[in-house]
Write a protein of this length. Structure first.
Lengths: 198, 198
């Protein structure tokens, strides 16, 4: 193939949609680089700095906001999450694809960017749980949170789901294997787009 | 999945690109309906009316031109080829995808259509042979044509190849299996596009 520019996949969807698992697997199988986010929330057991997130203090995070280093950032459930522009651009310019596991607010910020490398690379996709019943089952299924936390997360998920029409692609979640196969088709198809070839 | 409207794939590429084999296989495997073209050329051995082409007399073909029944038509190597609008629309409206194995002139006519069902369904892709050397090999390899015919076809193929930048997608041909897998990814990815869902 002729050299091509990398594609930036914005992957949104409510908690329980399976989007994080999909993005991780794309990265694990070498289909795209998983852009590691910065966050001010505390690491959960097993999470590692530089692998799962860049864990920053609130002061560090705000310093990077002021310095304009974030492609997007948002406050969710009282914590900051954000993606460094440099993380994304470097990968795209090497001709590699990037997946961003990102909430709807963050996706809106990325779309509003004036950085042309990012603008031309954008493909956004919303992962939808198959039904409200299945979503509740998935959110409850973790078994690690109180009823109150589950209720709040369900409410947030339903609100998040209302944003799907802003996206170009939508994947209605089925089994993980189905979801992954369809997501990978999207990636492979988009690579044939002529504007991405030099 | 929610109901969706069908997609119309315009598949162009020079003789020797393998586009016809790709389109046939998509149809054979039920991925998309193969839109059968009308032609005024004589059937080759083994070709059947209504399966390979609708074989029309020149008078019949011109009658349908006058009646505005063609989505596109063209004269190639002294013969007429064309696609009936009704053939395409009926399939799209049932939510099924259509592949049109079409030359660059025909593709330009389809793009210029004012029929909104067709306009909204369009995805065009150009199949490129991997190199001029390989193209010549493929065109010669048939062994059924004279040197003069091969030379003419090579010239036509090279001219046709210059039109690839007018297309949205480009598939650089490798092995048939590679080509088919990538083509199928494009189809499956495009089905996730939100504008196609009701």
């Amino acid at each position: 193939m002729s050299p091509r520019s990398g594609i930036l996949y914005l992957v949104s969807g409510p908690s329980g949609s399976g989007k994080t698992t999909l993005c991780r697997r794309l990265s694990d199988e070498g289909e795209a680089s998983y852009a590691i986010s910065c966050t001010t929330r505390s690491p959960r057991p097993g999470e590692e700095n530089g692998t799962d997130y860049f864990f920053l203090s609130i002061e560090e995070f705000k310093g990077k906001i002021t310095a304009g280093e974030f492609l997007e950032y948002a406050e969710v459930h009282g914590n900051f999450y954000g993606t460094l522009t440099s993380e994304v651009i470097n990968t795209l310019e090497q001709g590699n694809d990037v997946v961003l596991d990102i909430d709807v607010q963050g996706a809106a910020q990325v779309r509003a960017t004036e950085n042309l490398t990012v603008k031309n690379a954008l493909v956004d996709i919303f992962i939808m749980p198959p039904s409200k019943e299945e979503l509740l089952k998935r959110l409850t299924g973790r078994g690690t949170d109180s009823d109150e936390v589950v209720t709040t997360r369900m409410k947030n998920s339903l609100e998040e789901m209302e944003h799907w029409p802003k996206y170009t692609f939508r994947l209605l979640s089925g089994t993980h294997e189905e979801d992954y196969a369809r997501f990978k088709s999207l990636l492979h198809g988009e690579r044939l787009r002529i504007i991405r070839h030099h």
